[in-house]
Design a protein around this ligand. Structure first.
Ligand code: ATR
Length: 282
C-alpha cells in the first residue's frame, strides 16, 4: 500500500513470495470504478504498529493479513469480531467509527464457495471431516458450525492440535487420530483437506476415498495445482468435488465490501484470470 493514497489497500505479511490477492482486488477495483489500488506490503514485525496506526488515522481503507501476522496484528487492533475471536486469527483489517477492527473471512470463503457450487447440499445437521488442524481448519470448522453442521471431525497427524481445537466445542468437534481417519471418512457428508499435502512441491495426500458415501462432497483448499490428486480421485469415483480456488476468491469478497461498501461478484471471468495465472506461475 502507498499510504499517500488514502483509499489504498494491500496484503500485509512478511516473506510474501507470491499472492493472488492483488490480482483479485484490482480486478474488482477496475470493474466497479473504485478509486484505489491494491498492493503488497511486506515488512518486518517492528514496523507493524506504525503501519496499523496509519490505517487507523485514515491513511488507507484497510488491508488483508497473511503469514506470519494473522495472530500478531491482534494486539494492535481496537476490536475483533466473534469470528476472529473464536479462531484467534485475523485476515482482514478495516476502519469503523475511528476504530481499527479485524475479522477473518477464510471460513466464510469456504462455506460461500461450497454453497455456490453445491446449493442442494444441506449443511444443517451435516457431518464433516476436516484433514489438518492449522489455522485454515479452525476457520472452516467455525464457519461450518455457524452454518448448522452437527459434527465436525478433525483428523491430524499431530493429534494434540486436533484436540486443542475440539476443546473449544467438545460436543460438536471430535478429534480423530490420523490412523483412524478411514473409518470416519465413511460417516460424513463433506470431506475437506486443509493440510499442505498435495500442494505444488509437497508430498501428495494419499487418502483412499473408496469408503466415502457416494454423495460425499470432496474438497481441497489447495489450489496450486487446481486439480489435486485428492480431487482427481474423487472425480474418478463420481463424488461431487470442490476445488480450492473458489475459497480464495470468496474469502476476498467481505474485505472489499468492508473497505469500499460494494459487494463484489465472483465471476467466471475473474476465476479464469486467476486460473490463467496459476497455469503460468504454478
Ligand atoms: P494453515 O495455518 O495454513 O492451515 P499450518 O498451520 O501450517 O497451515 O497447517 C498445516 C497442516 O498440514 C497441519 O495440520 C499439518 O499437520 P501437523 O499439525 O501434524 O504438522 C499438516 N501437514 C503438513 N505436512 C503433513 C504431512 N506430511 N502429513 C500429514 N499432515 C501434514
Amino acid at each position: 500500500m502507498n499510504p499517500t493514497t488514502t483509499n489504498g489497500v494491500c496484503i500485509l505479511g512478511h516473506g510474501i513470495t507470491y499472492s493472488r490477492s492483488p490480482m483479485i482486488h484490482n480486478y474488482w477495483i477496475k470493474k466497479y470504478g473504485v478509486d484505489s489500488r491494491y498492493g503488497i506490503c511486506d515488512m518486518p514485525a517492528e514496523d507493524l504498529p506504525d503501519f496499523l496506526d496509519a490505517i487507523r488515522q485514515g491513511k488507507s481503507a484497510g488491508c488483508n493479513v497473511t503469514t506470519p501476522y494473522k495472530q500478531a496484528v491482534i494486539p494492535f487492533l481496537d476490536a475483533i469480531d466473534d469470528t476472529a475471536s473464536a479462531i484467534g486469527s485475523v485476515n482482514t483489517i478495516y476502519r469503523r467509527d475511528g476504530q481499527l477492527r479485524g475479522t477473518s473471512t477464510d471460513g466464510a470463503g469456504y462455506v460461500g464457495h461450497l454453497k455456490n457450487i453445491h446449493p442442494d447440499l444441506q449443511l444443517k445437521g451435516a457431518e464433516v471431516l476436516i484433514l489438518g488442524a492449522g489455522g485454515a481448519a479452525r476457520a472452516i470448522a467455525d464457519a461450518l458450525l455457524q452454518s448448522g453442521c452437527s459434527v465436525i471431525y478433525i483428523a491430524n497427524r499431530t493429534l494434540q492440535k486436533a484436540r486443542e481445537i475440539a476443546a473449544f466445542q467438545p460436543d460438536t468437534i471430535k478429534p480423530v487420530a490420523w490412523d483412524d481417519v478411514q473409518s470416519t471418512a465413511g460417516l460424513v457428508d463433506v470431506l475437506v483437506n486443509t493440510t499442505s499435502l498435495g500442494m505444488v512441491g509437497r508430498q501428495p495426500l494419499v487418502f483412499p476415498l473408496d469408503g466415502t458415501r457416494p454423495g460425499c462432497v470432496v474438497s481441497d483448499i489447495v489450489y496450486a495445482p487446481l486439480e489435486t490428486e485428492l480431487l482427481a480421485q474423487a472425480r474418478r469415483l463420481g463424488r461431487p468435488v470442490l476445488d480450492g480456488l473458489g475459497m480464495l476468491l470468496h474469502q476476498a469478497v467481505p474485505g472489499f465490501q468492508l473497505w469500499f461498501g460494494i459487494e463484489p461478484q465472483v465471476t467466471g471471468e475473474l476465476r479464469a484470470l486467476i486460473e490463467q495465472d496459476l497455469k503460468s506461475h504454478g
